[in-house]
Design a binder for this molecule. Sequence first.
Ligand code: TXA
Ligand code: MG
Length: 314
Amino acid sequence: MRVLLEKACELLSQGEVVALPTETVYGLAASLRHPNAIENIFALKNRPANNPLIIHVSHYEQIYPYAQSIPPYFVKLAQHFWPGPLTLVLPIQPATIPNTVRAGLTTAAFRIPQHPLSQAVIKQVGPVVMPSANLSGRPSATQASRVEEDFGTAFPVLDGGGCTCGLESTILYFIDNQWEIVRLGSLAPEQFQPILGYQPVIRQETNQAKPLCPGQLYRHYAPQAKLLLDNKASPESIGYVLGFSDRQYPNCKIFSLGKSDNPEQVAENLYDTLRSLDDAKIQCIWVDSDFPQKGLWLTISERLKRASYPSSII
Ligand code: TXA
Ligand code: MG
């Protein structure tokens, strides 16, 4: 059910869960003041309890009362990238944030979204937690109709049009005296160099029992279709291609991600195209992975890999 801004604010203030648009992907929002609504988010998404939520605020100084300490360059990063697709993980004072939000960790993740509607909601309602508005494991939703696909047409959605970034925020974590990327996202690693003076390392999760970014342990972004990446089969033998509009794949039906020289366009289209594979009931598809391994392509590549994992291995 599409709701207007005022209704969305009213529902959130009453302890309901509402889907909101952000510039990255749609989010399932609950007010930080309503523990029941926060628990409801985990149930609705079928999300494991050990996967913490991002707290969305409207000004970076709102974070100070929760923080245990402020890492170097926090203000520089906040002033340069917020509002925008960046999430920062900070050590917090545990008593200030419900355990469910941070999955028992002594850190919490924060971000200021850029979409004017989510900003307007947060200004009125106060901080909200907001995981991506999809059932756990499915591709994130980048349009209101895709939220309704997962949660039903009776579910309240504030329709803000298509998400312009199309990929989740990049998550930075201050560890061993430097900021590291614990989740690739809409901001490319290179974009941090001018602010930090170094390009943050992309941390590969090695500690399964105590991961730095628990969400990275799960199979994600996956359609029903089996995605064939780096495979030896020819596209023609499969018959379906997830590829680019400026390339030729003879005798194949193409699901286009956009032009191969435009990673921003590919990012914007990625999840919707993955979901359209399910609309078309595709069982198996050849993925054109011939693109550079840098910039935003790194995130696109990571999402495609995650979407291609057989569910049994994660
Ligand atoms: O772009 C985005 O970030 C979107 C929009 C809606 O804002 N939200 C989003 O939320 O992607 P979600 O829940 O789908 O992903 C949150 C990620 C998970 O991988 C989770 O493990 C990580 O953030 N995370 C949250 N709190 C954390 C913490 N304290 N330490 C490390 N990772 C954390
Ligand atoms: Mg998600």
